[in-house]
Design a protein around this ligand. Structure first.
Ligand code: SAH
Length: 251
């Protein structure tokens, strides 16, 4: 059987023999953009049932045939970030989905400039990233919430990699670098994967009050991402990469 070259996310249960109706947009994408014809095969996934082979049928429906890959979820890692300009925020969501964040949490901080998000658009970016990168999982994008509220509800067993730009100009010995994230090794020894989160600030960075609040939290570990101040989108990619390499599913 020919390899399916198109992958499509479906918000529908998947199983052998299922018939799935397509939305107008999906039918347009498959027929007009990807030029599939009735009888052509494609790969589909819904975020929880793995990947399946499906066949395009007449009347804008798909017929699901067989599972082609099991469900693969990323490690239990949340990404908290303060949204910035539109294109850069889209980039952050796309990269977070590709690099294996399990949940994307836009937050409001004292220096946030973007005080509103287009959540549907951001969720669509996460879906598209999963379609492109062969993933079977789609991280949910939460509504925007103030950082203080998120910290007030924090599950204490979840560790927080607090990316603090104030550490950039310290010597790495002083700042501890990623040694702080070594706390995760302890957690791992204590019994399997430990839930984590990464926190990235807005263009203006964190205020002293926010830094003081975070310093008082036992689960928060200040981390330095090298000696240069990175833009928030770069910092997000760097932090996710570092975390996945040290504690995630890259090893
Ligand atoms: N305007 C601020 C920088 C904000 S950078 C200033 O000049 O100080 C945006 C976010 O990226 C920061 O809040 C932090 O979370 C992260 N970040 C950037 N560079 C970093 C570094 N070297 N170490 C740790 N975090 C960093």
């Amino acid at each position: 059987m020919a390899e399916a070259r198109v992958r499509l996310y479906l918000d529908h249960p998947l199983g052998a023999g299922q018939t799935v109706p397509l939305s107008r947009d999906q039918a347009h994408y498959l027929g007009t953009v990807m030029r599939l014809r009735p009888g052509d095969a494609l790969a589909v996934f819904n975020g929880c049932d793995g990947e399946w082979r499906a066949m395009l049928c007449r009347g804008a429906t798909l017929h699901v045939t067989a599972q082609t890959a099991p469900q693969r979820n990323p490690p239990d890692l949340w990404l908290l970030f303060a949204p910035i300009k539109k294109a850069r925020t889209d980039f952050i969501v796309e990269k977070a989905a590709e690099l294996g964040a399990a949940r994307i949490m836009p937050i409001l901080t004292e220096r946030s400039q973007s005080r509103r998000i287009a959540r549907d658009r951001l969720q669509a970016h996460a879906i598209e990233a999963a379609e492109q990168c062969g993933g079977t999982f789609v991280p949910p994008v939460d509504a925007l919430r103030p950082l203080g509220d998120v910290l007030a509800d924090w599950p204490p067993e979840r560790q927080l990699m607090f990316c603090d730009e104030a550490l950039a100009d310290r010597s790495s010995a002083l700042a501890g670098d990623l040694a702080a994230v070594g706390a995760g090794d302890v957690a791992r020894q204590r019994g399997g994967a430990c839930p984590w989160a990464i926190l990235i600030g807005p263009e203006g960075g964190f205020t002293d009050a926010e830094r003081a609040r975070l310093a008082a939290l036992a689960f928060a570990h200040p981390v330095r991402l090298g000696p240069r101040i990175l833009r928030a989108d770069t910092a997000t990619v760097a932090a996710l990469t570092l975390w996945q390499d040290r504690l995630g599913d890259w090893r």
